[in-house]
Design a protein around this ligand. Structure first.
Ligand SMILES: [Zn+2]
Length: 298
C-alpha cells in the first residue's frame, strides 16, 4: 500500500464521518445566492426554460437544479470530494484563503441537455461539460449516476480552483481518475456496499509513448480508454514513487513548465531524464493491481 493510498483512505474516512445525507439541499432564491457565475455558459444554461431552475449552495459550491432530491446527493458528493482533494494536494491553507465557489448545473431532461450541448465540449469519459471552473451535467432522476463519473468531474472543478490557468490534460485526467476512484470506493463502503478501487493495467504494446501522452491537450477520440487509464496509472506511479516530488511537479506543470525539465528538477536522482521514467513506467503500467488495491482499501 503506498503512503499516498493510505493517506487518501484516512482523509476519506474523516470526510465520511462528516457526511449527513438526511437533510436535503435548501433552496435559495437566485438573487440571494452569495455569488454569481461569470461564465457565459452558465447564463446560456439558465436561459433554457429559465422558470424551471432552482438554486442552492453549500460551503464550496453553488448548484442550479430542477429537483432538490436530484441535487442533494450531488452536493454531498461535491463537498466530500472537496475535502479529499484539498487534503491530498495539501491545499487546506489555499482552500481556506479563498471563498470563491464553483457552480454546478444539473440538467434532467435529455432534450434540454442536448440543446445545451451545442454550447460546450463534452468530456468523452463522463459526458459532462467542464468550462472555466463551472460544471454542467445531466442526471436522469430515473437512473443513479454510475461509478466515479460525478466524482471525476468534481475533482476537475476543485483542481481548477487551485490551478485556474490549467494543468496538462494527462495530469488533469489522471488525477481525476485516481482520486475519484479511491474516494468512490470508500464512499460506497461507508454506505455498506462492497467496493474497491480498480486501476486498469495497460499492455505494453498499447501504451501511448510518454512524450506524446504528456503533450496531448484533449483526450484523443481513437484512444480514449487507453488515454484515461494510462494517465491514471502515471499519476499513481509518480505519487507512489515520491509524494512531495509529485506535488512539486504538479506546481511546476501548473506554471506551464515543460514536462521534461520539471520532471528532472522535481524527481532529482530518480528520473534524471524522461527515458528512465518511461522504462520504469512501462513495467508499472502493465502490472495487475487487483489484489494489492483490494488489500489497500480494506
Ligand atoms: Zn475528465
Amino acid at each position: 500500500m503506498s503512503i499516498f493510498t493510505m493517506s487518501i483512505l484516512c482523509v476519506v474516512a474523516a470526510a465520511n464521518a462528516q457526511i449527513n445525507e438526511s437533510s436535503s439541499l435548501p433552496e435559495v432564491e437566485f438573487f440571494r445566492l452569495s455569488q454569481r457565475d461569470p461564465n457565459p455558459l452558465g447564463e446560456k444554461a439558465l436561459a433554457i426554460h429559465p422558470e424551471q431552475w432552482k438554486h442552492g449552495e453549500t460551503e464550496h459550491f453553488i448548484y442550479h437544479f430542477l429537483h432538490s432530491y436530484v441535487a442533494t446527493p450531488v452536493s454531498v458528493e461535491a463537498e466530500f470530494h472537496y475535502r479529499v482533494v484539498a487534503k491530498e494536494l495539501e491545499r487546506d491553507q489555499v482552500a481556506a484563503a479563498t471563498d470563491v465557489k464553483s457552480h454546478i448545473y444539473i440538467f434532467e431532461s435529455p432534450e434540454q441537455w442536448q440543446q445545451f450541448q451545442a454550447f460546450g465540449k463534452l468530456e468523452p469519459w463522463t459526458g459532462g461539460i467542464h468550462s472555466q471552473g463551472s460544471l454542467f451535467i445531466q442526471r436522469n432522476p430515473k437512473y443513479k449516476f454510475s461509478g466515479n463519473l460525478l466524482g471525476h468531474e468534481i475533482v476537475h472543478l476543485i483542481v481548477h480552483r487551485f490551478y485556474p490557468d490549467g494543468i496538462p490534460c494527462w495530469l488533469n485526467e489522471g488525477l481525476a481518475q485516481y482520486i475519484s476512484k479511491a474516494a468512490y470506493a470508500s464512499y460506497q463502503r461507508a454506505r455498506g456496499y462492497i467496493s474497491k478501487p480498480h486501476s486498469e493495467a495497460i499492455a505494453t504494446g498499447d501504451l501511448i509513448a510518454l512524450p506524446t501522452l504528456t503533450a496531448i491537450t484533449f483526450p484523443p477520440t481513437d484512444r480514449v480508454t487507453t488515454f484515461y487509464d494510462e494517465s491514471e496509472r502515471l499519476v499513481r506511479f509518480l505519487c507512489s514513487t515520491d509524494k512531495p516530488s509529485f506535488l512539486a511537479l504538479l506546481d511546476a506543470l501548473g506554471r506551464h513548465q515543460p514536462f521534461e525539465t520539471a520532471l528532472a528538477r522535481t524527481y532529482t536522482g530518480k528520473f534524471p531524464d524522461p527515458s528512465v521514467l518511461e522504462q520504469k513506467f512501462r513495467e508499472y503500467a502493465a502490472r495487475d493491481f487487483g489484489t494489492t488495491l483490494q488489500q489497500a482499501s480494506d
